[in-house]
Design a binder for this molecule. Structure first.
Ligand SMILES: [Zn+2]
Length: 70
């Protein structure tokens, strides 16, 4: 029984996390503001959700990248 109820695992850092899509609560990514471009990039790079720390890191990195030039 190794395929029963396997927890979500972040494809970026390998940390275990709970995606809201599979749980009772809201998904962690719904609390973040991810741009459409970033979401598209993540879908291309990774298969599935990332953990909250990774999403926060990527969202902030994009903000820094786009905000610093203006
Ligand atoms: Zn992660």
């Amino acid at each position: 029984m190794n395929t029963a109820s396997a927890p979500d695992r972040c494809p970026r850092c390998g940390a275990g996390f709970a995606c809201g899509a599979a749980g009772p609560g809201a998904c962690a990514c719904s609390t973040l503001t991810l741009s459409a471009a970033l979401q598209a990039q993540l879908r291309q790079q990774f298969d599935g959700c990332l953990c909250l720390p990774c999403l926060q890191l990527l969202a902030q990195a994009e903000r820094d990248a786009t905000g610093a030039t203006a």
